[in-house]
Design a protein around this ligand. Structure first.
Ligand code: FNR
Length: 387
C-alpha cells in the first residue's frame, strides 16, 4: 500500500521531507553552517528567544500582510534569498522557485552560482526577478553578467559582500560536494533511494552552473565549489568596486551581508538603495552574532536613509513579524524555501509561502495589528530585548 501523503503544516515538515528526497550531499549543503555552526544555531535560537506581547480587545478585522519593497507591491514583506545550486535540490529548481514566488507576489533572487541561468529563468517567468552578484577577479565577466541581468529585465541587483572567501563547511568537504555528483559508490547508493530526484535530473539539461559554465573562457566544469570560489572570487574587493558596480548597473542596488553599524553607513554612502542585514545564514563567519542581534542597532543607524531587509534564521511567520518589529522592511528566506523545493518542487515552495503567510497574518492578529507597517518594538516584550 502506498504511504499516505504527509500533512504539511510547518516549515519543519518540509525540512523532514526534503531530507528524505534530496541526495545527501545537496541536503547537507543546505542544512549546515560553517565550522562549529554556533552562529548558524544562534540565528534561530535568538529569534526564538524574543517574545511577543499578547494583546486583546482590539479590532483585528480586515488585516493585510501587503506591503512594498523598493517601491514595488508585495503580498507579504518577504523575498526568496539568493541560494547557490538550487537546481540541485530538484531539477530546474531556480525556475520552479521563481515561478512559485511570482505567483505568490514576492520577489525571487537568482544567485550567481545558480544551476539555471539568468536567461533560463527569464524565459520561464513573466515578472522581473532580482539578480545576486558575487564579484570575481575577472571584471570582464562581471560586466557581461550585469549586462545579461539588464537584458533579462532584472529589477534589482543584490550585491553580496560577505563571501569573497568561503567559510569552511565540514559536511561539504566530507561529502565531496560537486555538481553533478561524482559517481562514487556512496553517491550511487544514495541516488538509488531518490528515484524522483534522479528522474528529474535525467529530464533536464541543467546540471551545472548556468551563469558561468560556457560564459567564462576555459571553464567547462566547476566540480568543487570551495576550490572554485577561492580561485575566482576577488579578495581585493572594496567600496570602490561597489561604486563601480553601482554605476555599471544603474538600477536598484541591494548590498547584502551587512552585520556592522559602520558597514551599514558605508553601504548607504556608497549608493545602496537597500541593505540586507545578514550573516549568510551562519555559513560564513562562525562566532559572529546572530543576524537578529544586530538588526536593531543597524536599523537605528541607517533606517531613515535606506530600506532595511533582514535574513538568517527565518523559519516562521512569527520570525518575520519579529524582524519587522525590530526595524526590517522585509525579510529574505533561504532554507525555508529550499526545504519546500527539495520536498515537493514548485508546490513545496508555494506551500512554504502559504505557511509563512498564514503564520504572519494570524500572529499579527494575536498581537493586535492589522498592517505590517504598524509592527514596531512595542509589540515585543521588553521592546524585543530577549530575557
Ligand atoms: C545561501 N546564501 C547565499 N547568499 C548569496 O548571496 N549567494 C548565494 O549564492 C548563496 N547561496 C546559498 C546557498 C544555500 C544552500 C544557503 C542556505 C544560503 C545565503 C542566503 O542568501 C541567505 O543569506 C541565508 O540563506 C539566510 O538564512 P536562512 O533563511 O537560510 O536561515
Amino acid at each position: 500500500m502506498p504511504s499516505p501523503r504527509p500533512v504539511i503544516t510547518c516549515i519543519e515538515d518540509l525540512r523532514i521531507l526534503a531530507q528524505r528526497r534530496v541526495p545527501r550531499m545537496f541536503y547537507d549543503y543546505v542544512d549546515c553552517g560553517s565550522w562549529t555552526e554556533t552562529t548558524y544555531r544562534a540565528n534561530t535560537a535568538d529569534l526564538a528567544a524574543i517574545q511577543f506581547r499578547q494583546r486583546i480587545g482590539m479590532s483585528i478585522a480586515g488585516r493585510t500582510t501587503e506591503s512594498r519593497i523598493l517601491g514595488n507591491a508585495v503580498s507579504m514583506p518577504l523575498a526568496l534569498a539568493p541560494t547557490g545550486l538550487t537546481g540541485m535540490q530538484c531539477a530546474d529548481g531556480e525556475i520552479l522557485a521563481a515561478r512559485a514566488a511570482e505567483r505568490f507576489g514576492v520577489p525571487f533572487t537568482l544567485s550567481t552560482v545558480s544551476i539555471c541561468s539568468i536567461e533560463d529563468v527569464a524565459a520561464h517567468t513573466e515578472k522581473p526577478f532580482w539578480f545576486q552578484l558575487y564579484v570575481m577577479r575577472d571584471r570582464g565577466f562581471i560586466e557581461r553578467l550585469i549586462a545579461r541581468a539588464k537584458a533579462a529585465n532584472c529589477s534589482a541587483l543584490v550585491l553580496t559582500l560577505d563571501l569573497q572567501i568561503q567559510g569552511q563547511r565540514h559536511k561539504d568537504l566530507k561529502n565531496g560536494l560537486s555538481t553533478p555528483p561524482k559517481p562514487t559508490l556512496r553517491n550511487l547508493i544514495d541516488l538509488a533511494t531518490k528515484p524522483r530526484w534522479c528522474l528529474g535530473m535525467l529530464q533536464t539539461k541543467r546540471r551545472s552552473f548556468g551563469n558561468i559554465v560556457g560564459h567564462v573562457s576555459g571553464v567547462s566544469d566547476v566540480s568543487s565549489l570551495a576550490d572554485w570560489v577561492s580561485q575566482q572570487f576577488d579578495p581585493t574587493l572594496t567600496w570602490d568596486d561597489v561604486r563601480w558596480i553601482r554605476k555599471l548597473w544603474g538600477g536598484k542596488l541591494i548590498v547584502k551581508g551587512v552585520m556592522d553599524v559602520e558597514d551599514a553607513r558605508l553601504a548607504v554612502q556608497n549608493g545602496a538603495d537597500a541593505i540586507v542585514v545578514s550573516n549568510h545564514g551562519g555559513r560564513q563567519l562562525d562566532g559572529a552574532p546572530s543576524s537578529i542581534a544586530m538588526l536593531p542597532a543597524i536599523a537605528e543607524a541607517v533606517g531613515q536613509r535606506t530600506e532595511i531587509l533582514f535574513d538568517s534564521g527565518i523559519r516562521s511567520g512569527q520570525d518575520v513579524l519579529k524582524a519587522l518589529a525590530l526595524g526590517a522592511r522585509g525579510v529574505l528566506i533561504g532554507r525555508a524555501f529550499l526545504y519546500g523545493l527539495g520536498a515537493m518542487g514548485e508546490a513545496g515552495v508555494t506551500r512554504c509561502l502559504e505557511i509563512l503567510h498564514r503564520e504572519l497574518d494570524l500572529t499579527m492578529g494575536l498581537c493586535g495589528l492589522t498592517t505590517v507597517d504598524a509592527a514596531d518594538p512595542t509589540i515585543l516584550m521588553n521592546g524585543g530585548v530577549a530575557k
